[in-house]
Design a protein around this ligand. Structure first.
Ligand SMILES: Cc1ncc(COP(=O)(O)O)c(C=O)c1O
Length: 342
């Protein structure tokens, strides 16, 4: 949608000319045979960034999450996560459908997570209750408005996981944004989790691709699960090359996306929209006190060339990314404030 200002998601980005060049020149082989050198290089690179032994290239973040969950939670056992987590909201029940995993959720709090609440939910092994085997968190938290879970909270969760012999998974689709916003090294995040899923196709701007990160043993078993789920790709180096390019060139620039989101939030806030806690590239709109509901705002914005996401009757979302310029941000702010003022 070339003429529109598309703020629905950071997944809408298209590969840049330089990224396409890297893709065109990629050395490739059959990755199911383990012979694609570009995929192998990407997997080694990402594992090293997070201080883990291995990583597995997957077609999507959803598949990366679901492989991790199947590795951590046996059928009939449970996963704890936020009620708004991507793994229980947007992955079509995959944990239950493919992994036989029961999910139990804490009330949706985004990044404002209270580790004591999680600790109180843990159910130990025993014949009378479904045993908890893993806790999953989302960094940054998508439906939580791009919030960043503080490192201290994550350390506390690690302590709870160790005490209960549980695994800890991070849905790190946008962990790059947390790293840039809080200055926490990726390896410090890596050290706290048994598995992480990380996406190249969100803020980093690659067209396709996510990885599961973990121990060599887990990733070896994950490779089998990926094949079972139909995620074994062949000359995937074409895609891995885009990811390698994105890692080299598109992490530091996320600070620009965060600044753009803050500008949008500031412009919109006076019109009865609560968008005050913007930390990264997501601007959550709480329209409870606004004159319009979310579908009406989205339709009016679309008519004027600005696309936004509707998350609920009175909640919406704007996301900044590589393909929106400063000028477009100003135009979008003008359009949205104009509609909200009506
Ligand atoms: C937090 C989070 N996790 C996982 C995913 C899944 O990624 P994919 O769309 O590649 O399956 C998304 C997608 O937007 C996401 O926002």
């Amino acid at each position: 949608m070339a003429d529109l200002i598309d703020l629905r998601s950071d997944t809408v980005t298209r590969p840049t000319a330089a990224m396409r060049q890297a893709m065109a020149g990629a050395e490739v082989g059959d990755d199911v045979y383990g012979e694609d050198r570009t995929v192998n290089a990407l997997e080694a690179e990402v594992a090293a960034m997070f201080g883990h032994e291995a990583a597995l290239f997957c077609p999507s973040g959803s598949m990366a999450n679901q492989i991790a969950l199947q590795l951590l939670v046996p059928p009939g056992a449970e996963l704890l996560c936020d009620a708004d987590a991507h793994v229980v909201t947007y992955e079509m029940g995959a944990a239950a459908a493919y992994g036989g995993v029961t999910s139990r959720t804490w009330p949706p709090v985004g990044a404002e997570l209270d580790a004591d609440v999680v600790a109180a939910m843990v159910r130990p092994d025993g014949y009378w209750a479904v045993p908890t085997r893993a806790i999953a968190v989302e960094q940054t938290h998508n439906r939580g408005g791009g919030g960043v879970i503080p490192l201290d909270t994550l350390r506390e969760l690690r302590r709870i996981a160790d005490a209960g012999q549980l695994a800890l998974h991070c849905d790190g689709a946008r962990i790059w944004h947390a790293h840039v916003a809080d200055g926490v090294p990726l390896a410090s995040y890596g050290a706290l989790f048994d598995t992480l899923s990380v996406c190249l196709s969100k803020g980093l701007g690659a067209p396709v691709g996510s990885l599961v990160v973990g121990s060599a043993d887990r990733i070896g078993r994950g490779r089998v699960i990926r094949k079972r789920m139909g995620g074994g790709m062949r000359q995937a180096g074409i895609l891995a090359a885009a990811g390698r390019y994105a890692l080299a060139h598109h992490i530091d620039r996320l600070a620009d996306d965060h600044a753009k989101a803050a500008r949008l939030a500031e412009a919109i806030a006076p019109f009865g929209v609560l968008a005050t806690t913007v930390r990264t590239n997501i601007v959550p709109l709480d329209l409870t006190k606004a004159p319009l509901d979310a579908p009406t705002l989205a339709a009016a914005a679309r008519a004027e060339g600005v696309l936004i996401s509707v998350l609920g009757p009175r909640t919406a979302r704007l996301v900044t990314h590589l393909d929106v310029t400063d000028t477009q941000i100003d135009q979008a702010a003008t359009t949205l404030t104009h509609i909200l003022r009506r």
